[in-house]
Design a protein around this ligand. Structure first.
Ligand code: SF4
Length: 495
């Protein structure tokens, strides 16, 4: 009788990295990829940004030939790469190589010597990170096995110290090259055994892997929400702030999934984590003495201010750096007997900083504290000063009136719903449950920034642009209304 041998699925760089993080993740990638969480808008924007950075990096290392076949034509890409190398090409972009059952694409490859190649991996990150080492190592392994010996493995990332003066980008300054050849060489001997282990695992049933820190580190796994974490109860142990990998693993191995069940003497918990477990169990709200006094300075007229920003990977406005946040929108509620709202949104692709600063001054100059949340607004006003020196003294005066409500929460209020944190995402629903961002078309700062960029930099039609602007105005106004309502609640709790 004919018996068909089981064949392990083919691997790629992405799958290899997935398998290093978690065998279950690799198994699902190969056998049930449809279970992956959908790619959200913010993640898609990161991919798009990566493509833009990749294209600029190719200009930095100019003169190469792009292997154009995409991931759906990988084997044609391998053939094209072979042909180009045989023709004596010295620099390749997106070259495709296969060896030992693994297929990789190399961002940039250039010939250093007759038979030696430099491998460059381009990332839109601001620094080299640990996870970049296996990324380069699997590529170097496959390339060398495919007859393209790699003499140097380097990471190319964005230089956040580069201030763009305007004009053409100085690509030598925009990018930083980090030589990781020695670190990659240490990993290379381990790769055949790692690959063999992955293949063995893939021939078996889905591995049972407990959830843990790996699920979010260095970024959320594709199976996080829909597959592996959906069983977790309210107050899940994964929400413990700053929990170490060892303590989280120990909690899960001991069968504790809810903070409400965790014994307060569980080994390794910090004082802050123990307090959160206690509050989750008792649902106790704690107010420290002195809250009423600290709020007494907030006399009317009272301003509630919030900013939205845009921080592109590659600078778009002169005298900015990669990822530097540039303010594009403000919202302000004014409480002076009654409650009024004003706002500003920059709606074209010009530099938003001067109109932002001028409109802000016009709205908030005068008397009265300005309530903000965190030091974000203070830092952004600071970043505006060199750009609008004629307005600097008036902006500094505005800085002097800022009152940080997050500091008050941090020092005086503990609530189980905060999950040990003080960001608005946790504080607002806990203190003002009837006001939330659900139902708004824009419900987070990341999405606001992304939609603004789409609308202003010309990727949308006129009707869509206007809708986005209306959504952004609604979102930012909700942010500052949230401050009004949180202060109201704090005052009622303080008395
Ligand atoms: S969510 Fe966690 S356990 Fe599940 S596949 Fe991903 S890394 Fe593995």
């Amino acid at each position: 009788m004919f018996m068909s041998a089981k064949i392990s699925p083919r691997l790629s760089k992405t799958r290899f990295l997935s398998g290093l993080r978690c065998p279950k993740s690799l198994w699902l990638d190969c056998h049930e990829p449809g279970l992956a969480d959908p790619v959200d808008e913010a993640s898609q924007a990161l991919f798009d940004q990566g493509h833009l950075v990749g294209a600029l990096a190719r200009e930095r290392y100019a003169g190469g030939i792009l292997v154009e076949e995409d991931h759906t034509q990988s084997w044609q890409a391998v053939g094209t790469t072979r042909r180009l190398l045989a023709e004596g090409v010295d620099c390749l972009y997106e070259g495709a190589f296969a060896h030992d059952g693994v297929l990789v694409r190399a961002d940039i490859l250039f010939r250093e010597d007759l038979d030696e190649w430099v491998l460059l991996e381009v990332k839109s990150s601001a620094s080299a990170k640990d996870e970049h080492l296996p990324d380069l190592a699997i590529q170097a392994y496959v390339l060398s096995g495919a007859g393209v010996p790699v003499s140097s493995a380097r990471l190319v990332h964005l230089n956040t110290g580069y201030e763009w003066p305007g004009g053409p980008y100085d690509l030598g300054e925009l990018f930083v090259e980090v030589d990781l050849t020695a670190e990659v060489a240490v990993l290379l001997p381990q790769i055949p055994e790692l690959l063999a282990g992955m293949r063995r695992m893939l021939l078996g049933p889905q591995p049972q892997v407990p959830i843990g820190r790996r699920c979010e580190d260095p970024y959320p796994c594709r199976y996080y929400y829909g597959r592996c974490h959906e069983f977790l109860p309210e107050y899940a142990v994964t929400e413990l702030p700053r929990v170490s990998e060892d303590v989280l693993d120990a909690l899960i191995a001991s069968g504790y999934y809810s903070l409400r069940d965790v014994p307060l003497d569980f080994p390794g918990l910090t004082a802050r984590q123990r307090t959160l477990c206690y509050l989750a169990r008792t649902r106790e709200l704690r107010i420290a003495p002195g809250l009423a006094e600290v709020l007494e300075v907030l006399d009317e007229p009272l301003y509630f201010l919030g900013f939205e920003t845009f921080g592109p990977a590659v600078p778009l406005y002169p005298r900015t750096r990669p990822y530097q946040p540039v303010p594009v929108q403000w919202s302000c509620h004014v409480l002076d007997g009654d409650l009024r709202h004003r706002g500003f949104l920059h709606t074209d692709s010009s530099d938003p900083r001067r109109p932002f600063a001028e409109s802000l001054l016009e709205a908030v100059e005068g008397q009265g504290p300005i309530v903000v949340y965190t030091s974000f607004e203070r830092r952004l006003i600071e970043s505006l000063l060199p750009e609008v020196p004629d307005l600097a003294p008036r902006l500094v005066a505005v800085q002097g009136r800022l009152f940080d409500l997050e500091q008050v929460i941090r020092e005086y209020v503990q609530h189980p719903g905060f999950r040990g944190r003080t960001s608005l995402k946790y504080v607002l629903p806990a203190l003002v449950p009837d006001l939330c961002y659900q139902g708004l078309a824009v419900s987070s700062g990341d999405v606001a920034s992304l939609r603004w960029a789409q609308a202003v930099h010309g990727q949308l039609g006129e009707e869509e642009r206007e809708q986005v602007f209306a959504d952004l105005r609604g979102y930012c106004a909700t942010d500052t209304l949230a401050l009004v309502r949180i202060l109201e609640r704090l005052r009622s709790l303080a008395h």
